[in-house]
Ligand binder design. Structure first.
Ligand code: LHQ
Length: 259
């Protein structure tokens, strides 16, 4: 299986599984990943995702073996990018938290796949490479959008133009990712985080994600209105009632993630 899905209590672990190619993305992997995301999305018992890679790499981006220029000219990159865009839109739009455990090198679309997730943990030995420039391409999979927002335009430009590896610890210092973790602790910590998220107020988290995404383009005034509307929606969830009740009763809440 090119993408493995492990079902844990409350969350699914999605593993990119082409370790001999450093989990480079091909059409089959795109389809499998998209199917796994859609299935997770449709399962109310799946309240968080954990995405990682098999073997020593996280994901080396597009499989370059599939996109070589032939005597007939370049492949249809527009068509390919439509696929990429569908996948990253699906991932970012998921109404649940997505943790990424970057277990090794994340290059090209592989780096931006990780950066599309909500909370990115990386092994200290891992690195992020905007490798596109090395082959004459531009950062895609949302890279040109997300990079300047995460690390500022000066660093985004240097990352895109120089295409040098950014080690995980530096990526955490720069705010590109949440945390760099000792290699031998990465998966344990990632599972602990997914377990914790699977017990949180899922709808509230989904609404917070929506608000943060909208903030990228909204005016302050428009964002205040959106916060009012989404807060109203959150305030009507059973998890809000339970959260306040548990606080007042001085006990831990039991959230269901249901409407
Ligand atoms: C690979 C790949 C790979 C195939 C490692 N493909 N085999 C969108 C639309 C349209 C067109 C193109 O792209 C895009 C988006 C993109 O993602 S563009 C960017 C594509 N990715 C890259 O340019 C990265 C290419 N890979 C690398 O630069 C290196 O492999 C890195 C720095 C990731 C890792 O280096 P090493 O740790 O030294 O490993 P390696 O290079 O020895 O790779 C291990 C094997 O994996 C090797 O095969 P082999 O048969 O020699 O063992 C590589 O050929 C293969 N591999 N990346 N993207």
């Amino acid at each position: 299986m090119i993408v493995l899905v492990e079902k844990h209590p409350g969350y699914w672990k999605i593993i990119l599984n082409r370790p001999d190619r450093l989990n480079a993305l091909n059409i089959e992997m795109h389809a499998a990943l998209m199917a796994a995301l859609a299935e997770a999305d449709a399962d109310p018992d799946c309240r968080a995702l954990l995405v990682t890679g098999a073997g020593r790499g996280f994901c080396a981006g597009q499989d370059l073996g599939d996109v070589a220029v032939t005597k007939d000219g370049p492949p249809d990159l527009k068509d390919l990018l439509d696929r990429y865009n569908g996948l990253v839109r699906k991932l970012r739009g998921l109404a649940m938290p997505v943790v990424c455990a970057v277990n090794g090198v994340a290059a090209g679309a592989g780096a931006n796949l990780a950066l599309a997730c909500d909370i990115v943990l990386a092994a200290k030995s891992a690195s992020f490479i905007q490798a596109f420039g090395r082959i004459g391409l531009i950062p895609d999979f949302g890279g040109t959008w997300v990079l300047p927002r995460l690390v500022g335009m000066a660093r985004a430009r240097a990352l895109a133009i120089l295409a040098e590896p950014l080690p995980a610890e530096r990526a955490a210092e720069w705010g590109l990712i949440w945390r760099a973790i000792d290699d031998d602790r990465l998966m344990e910590e990632a599972h602990a985080l997914a377990t914790r998220l699977a017990k949180q107020a899922t709808i509230g988290i989904a609404l917070a994600k929506r608000a943060l995404d909208a903030a990228e383009t909204n005016t302050f005034d428009a964002q205040l209105d959106l916060e009012r509307d989404l807060q109203d929606e959150a305030g009507h969830t059973p998890d809000y009632a339970e959260g306040v009740r548990a606080f007042l009763e001085k006990r831990a809440p039991h959230f269901t993630g249901r409407r």
